[in-house]
Design a binder for this molecule. Structure first.
Ligand SMILES: [Fe+2]
Length: 242
């Protein structure tokens, strides 16, 4: 079975459409969404409706959490705060209700999916260091943990002796008795100096995880951001992916 795993759409409908087109063109019909469907971007309702339409597991992101009136907006920087306040006004009652149904964690025998960390998902910590990754790997027993939140993809492998290694191979092979943490990157606001939408493909039969990128029409999203009078930096950063 192949599962498309994607995160951090952030109201960028053009980017989401490009990723969903990739799934369709490649006959991928199972998905997991790791949250932050909204915040920053100009199409929160369209993105929630598209994700809802997939009828797939979805977990809550920190921007979704603030959008539904939970979480602490003071933890956001000014740009994120302005954008989430704009987003709250845009979201329909149905779409807010959908976001309210979302759990923090989704898990199966093969994987655990969470927006931020498996340790304490509601604290919205970032996995930015090897230490943080290793500490979090103690909080799940599934072979692979998929995360988002930092908008920067990585593959981390832990061998049976507990020795970690960042893997550059793509696809990455999931070996027996090894454990993994994968950041799938961001669909709608990549921050690894690559403006293309990022997501992952988990082939549970072949036992591989592939990090993928697709281009989308950035100019259209930028135009919408400007028209909506969202902070201009949100349009600029899409250009270079930072
Ligand atoms: Fe995010």
């Amino acid at each position: 079975m192949r599962i498309g795993i994607f995160s951090d759409i952030h109201g960028n409908f053009e980017a989401l459409e490009a990723v969903l087109k990739y799934f369709k063109d490649n006959h991928i019909y199972k998905y997991i969404c790791l949250g932050d469907i909204v915040g920053y971007g100009p199409n929160p309702n369209e993105c929630v409706e598209a994700v809802k339409g997939l009828k797939c597991p979805v977990v809550l992101g920190n921007h979704d959490y603030v959008a539904i009136g939970k979480g602490d907006v003071s933890l956001f920087n000014v740009t994120a705060r302005n954008a989430i306040e704009w987003t709250q006004k845009q979201l329909t009652r149905e779409n807010l209700d959908f976001l309210r149904t979302l759990p923090f964690i989704y898990r199966t025998k093969q994987l655990i999916a969470v927006h931020s960390t498996p340790r304490e998902p509601e604290r919205w910590e970032y996995v930015l260091t090897m230490d943080a990754a290793l500490q979090n790997m103690e909080y799940y027993t599934e072979p692979v943990c998929f995360i988002g939140h930092s908008h920067a993809p990585f593959f981390l492998e832990l061998d049976p002796e507990g020795k970690p290694q960042l893997i550059r191979d793509n696809p990455m092979i999931i070996k027996d008795k090894y454990r993994y943490m994968v950041n799938v990157g961001s669909v709608g606001q990549p921050r690894d100096n690559n403006p293309k939408s990022a997501f992952a493909l988990y082939d549970t039969t072949q036992k591989t995880v592939t990090l993928l990128r697709v281009p989308y029409d950035i100019a259209i999203t930028q135009e919408k951001i400007i028209k909506a009078e969202l902070p201009i930096q949100l349009a600029q950063r899409l250009q270079n992916g930072f």
